[in-house]
Design a protein around this ligand. Sequence first.
Ligand code: GDP
Length: 483
Amino acid sequence: MAGWSEAVEDARIALMSLADRMEGLTNPTLRLGVTGLSRAGKTIFTTALIHALTKGGRLPVFEASGRIARAALEPQPDDAVARFAYEDHLATLAKARAWPSSTTRVSELRLLVRYASPRGAMRTLTLDLVDYPGEWLLDLPLLDMGFSDFARQSLELARAPARAALAGPFLAALAATDPARPADEAKARELAGHFTAYLAACRAETVAMSLLPPGRFLMPGELEGSPALTFAPLDPRPKGFPSGSLGAMMERRFEAYKSAVVRPFFRNHFARLDRQIVLVDALAALNAGPAALADLERALDGILAAFRTGRNSLVSALFRPRIEKVLFAATKADHLHRTSHDRLEAILARLVERARGRAKQGGAALDVVALAAIRATREARVTRGGHELSAIVGTPEAGQEAGGHVFDGEEEVAVFPGELPTDPDALFDPSGAGFRGLASAHADEADFRFLRFRPPAGIGADKPIPHIRLDRALQFLLGDRLA
Ligand code: GDP
């Protein structure tokens, strides 16, 4: 049966892809995916991008921007997908000087960009932005896995030193479970509850782990409490689980997760993207420590694997996944002084390079950038004890703490964010001794401590919003299509 349903799936994807392409012939259209793990900066990036295009941002490197005559919001193309709440997000930034709420589901928005071609003719590009949780992207490799592969990988991670303590209650519940016993809903819920709590604990600020499939366990949306989300990995058995057992039930639910959650996402959203930006909060991993950085690297492996999904088992030659450009972007670069922006980029390049070496992937063009979609700080030189130091000035969010001082959300301060190393290798010491993070024994000696700042004052409907290197990102993602 699986073979047949996959063939139907192939045909559906091919048809949708064809329909998208036919539309693209008469009306050039680009679908740009914006993704990244929770709190990586998707909502802020998407809001800033729309604002820059529709209101004319300062985008010197985005050469074509001089030729954009007008960009306007249009009704979005897919009736069953939420609209990206651009106006609400902008109002929160402008009126409350607060960050808007983050992405928890897929949402879309369509822009019509009028531009002058090099020969002077006016042309139109339809730009569809698709904002979706990176956790869902990390689910795509599950399509190529059976329950035992998933369980093996997932338990290996849970038992690794960096996570074993967080997974303690789940692993204890697992040890007390005999998966060959008859299926039992209460037991399934108990295990799934512990497993979900473990995944959530991995996201805490001091731990900042990245690789946490299945993604919907942390972002269940309307599926909360459904059987497809009520399973947990179990130690595989060579002969499998007897029918009617708890193990067989978990296996069935894992398959249901793939068919009810992962496949529709692949078909309806992912397979239709032309280009993709993956936002990465590398600073959060640096705050937390070497284990978080290593985990981020594994997550990037998973993300690169996602871009290959469909090349193997899922879809036949009928359908070519069409993502042609992928930009990895380290966000929140405004937490660093200018001197460290290239270093942040080098760290990300190093993370992506290593993952790419393993993924052996061809196809999509890759690039990396360090950016701040909305710049919340400015730079200053401060003299301390006769030395001139590079500082950044901003308003830390209420409750943020540095050197025993708790900020009230109003006071503006100059901070010395600490420099990133010139050689990224310094951070990747295999023994984990590259640097100290909040997760280490002496959290107060952490090498990096990036405060959270409020958005800048003075964001208004028609004024450009300050940013760092947003223009470079746009140039890579869109520049050639506006030429
Ligand atoms: P999402 O979960 O990926 O949608 O993440 P958001 O876009 O909501 O960003 C999460 C948080 O990161 C925001 O609430 C801000 O605190 C912070 N953030 C995101 N982008 C920037 C940026 O460009 N500069 C600064 N200073 N903070 C940012």
